[in-house]
Design a protein around this ligand. Sequence first.
Ligand code: ADP
Length: 224
Amino acid sequence: MAAILQTEDLTKSYRIGKIDVPALRGVSLAVERGEFVAIMGPSGCGKSTLLHLLGGLLSPTSGSIVIDGEDISKLSDAKRTEIRRRKIGFVFQRFNLFPTLTAEGNLKLAERIHSGNGGGDAAGRREVLRLLKLEDKMHHKPLEMSGGEQQRVALARAVINSPAIILADEPTGNLDTENSAIVLDMFRKLNKEFSQTIIMITHNPEAAAVCSRTIRMRDGRVDE
Ligand code: ADP
C-alpha cells in the first residue's frame, strides 16, 4: 500500500540573527492511509516543527515531503497553501475558532476557504456536527461552549472538507481528563469508522494509547 505521507531526510533550521538553530536533523518517515499516529518526545525535540512542515505551514531547509502523491517541499508558498487547503485539516491545542461565529459559522468559513466560494451544504454540516455530538450547539458561539465542545467544533472544522490527513498539535492539552477522553474518542471514531488518517502530537500516554503507532522523537530526530 502506498504511503499517504512520506518524508525523506527532512531538516529544518530556524535563522535567529546570524545563527542557524537546527530543529529537525533528518527525519525520514512514512504514514500509511488510515493510520492514527502519535508523535511523542520531550519539549523542544522538534515535534511542532515536523507537524508544521508536514502540513505545509513551513518549508524545509532540506529533504522532501510527499503528501498524497504531491511533493510539497519545493513549492512556492502559494502552491503549498493551495495543497494544504485541499488535503490537510488542522487541530490545535488552542482551538483557534472564530469567536464571533457560531459552530456552524466556523464550519461554513472553513468550507468557503477550502473551495474559494460558497461551498458546502447545510446537510453536510449537520451530519458532521451530529457525528461529533454537537447538534444542539450548532448555533452557539465558542464562548458559549465548554473547552471540550470547542475542541470538537475544531475537529468538525478539520474534517468538514474531507482532508487526506488530519494533523493535530496536542489537541487535549487544554482539556480536563473527562473532556480529553471525549475528544480522543471522537478522533478514534473518525479513524476507525472513516479510515481518517491522523497524526497527533501528544504528551498524554492515554492519547497515545488510542493510536495505532507511536513515533518517538529526540533532538530533532526520530528515536529508533
Ligand atoms: P517541540 O514541538 O517538540 O516542543 P519545536 O518544534 O517547537 O519542538 O522546537 C524545536 C526547536 O526549534 C527548539 O529548540 C525551539 O526552540 C526551536 N524553534 C521552534 N520554533 C522556532 C522559531 N519560530 N524560531 C526559532 N527557533 C524555533
